[in-house]
Ligand binder design. Structure first.
Ligand SMILES: [Zn+2]
Length: 274
């Protein structure tokens, strides 16, 4: 399997050091949408999908005004997953499966660009995102304009195997697992990918900053605020961060853990030849 680490949506929130922990307070910070593209013997797989072409061309249709004001997405079409898939010489239709950590607008935005793909996610997340009576935060984070085309949803129950002490883990296709990490959203999961004799764990939005996996953990205040602003279950979210820290401490040689939005972690992975 060949693994590509893509950025499918740069964001430049105000706050500089309050967001990234370094540099000036007066510069815009940089956040990314870290997406994996897997070349497998059985087609291409995306892990998360970032922002899509529709979001970039018509942001007012799907990206709420306050979310744009907070995140300040750059909206560059060349960053979308489909344009990067094409730049690598593939067609959108080569993507057979999209595996989502969750359905927030900056993770499911690319779904419209891959209408033929199966879309795997936890059953809890699909239920939360598509509830007709959802309100408040949920209406903003889950814009149905991103999936009104009718994706080929494949919801997975989060009861199953254990994996490095995490329970309820489901294999959604060979060497790709959904690992429940609820708290940021109702059905948020990590996505584990076996890459040779190691594992990658895309931990989505279960943490935002690389320093949160350190001992003792630390996180710039603006990112702490954003995580609290978007969480649905504080206790679960923090307990899952504890478990991820244990995973890094005890199995860091076997499992490479990263998150969706930390530009430092994305660059570290892109610097390693695939
Ligand atoms: Zn996110």
């Amino acid at each position: 399997m060949k693994v590509h680490h893509l950025n499918c949506g740069t964001m430049r929130p105000f706050g500089g050091k309050l967001v990234t922990g370094e540099g000036s307070y007066f510069r815009a910070a940089e956040l990314v949408c870290h997406v994996l593209l897997l070349e497998t013997d059985d087609g291409l797989v995306l892990v998360d999908s970032g922002l899509g072409v529709g979001d970039v061309r018509r942001p007012g249709d799907t990206l709420a005004r306050w979310w744009r004001a907070m995140s300040r997405p750059v909206l560059d079409e060349s960053e979308t997953a489909v344009r990067q898939v094409e730049a690598l010489g593939f067609a959108a239709s080569d993507v057979r499966d999209v595996v989502l950590t969750h359905l927030d607008l900056d993770h499911g935005g690319g779904l419209r660009d891959f209408p033929q793909a199966r879309v795997h996610l936890s059953a809890e997340e699909l239920a939360a995102a598509t509830r007709p009576d959802r309100s408040g935060n949920d209406r903003v984070r889950y814009p149905d304009g991103q999936w009104r085309h009718g994706p080929k949803w494949v919801p997975h129950e989060t009861t199953g195997e254990t994996w490095f002490g995490f329970s309820g883990v489901r294999e959604v296709r060979p060497d790709v697992l959904l690992v429940p990490l609820f708290g940021h959203t109702h059905g948020h999961t990590g996505v584990a990918v076996r890459d040779g004799d190691r594992w990658l764990l895309h931990a989505g939005d279960s943490y935002f900053f690389h320093g949160e996996m350190a001992t003792p953990p630390h996180c710039p205040p603006a990112l702490t605020f954003m995580q609290k602003r978007m969480q649905v279950a504080s206790g679960l979210r923090l307990a899952n961060q504890d478990r991820l820290r244990e995973l890094v401490r005890d199995h860091g040689a076997s499992v490479d853990v990263f998150n969706a939005h930390d530009a430092t972690l994305l660059r570290r992975h892109q610097a390693v030849p695939a």
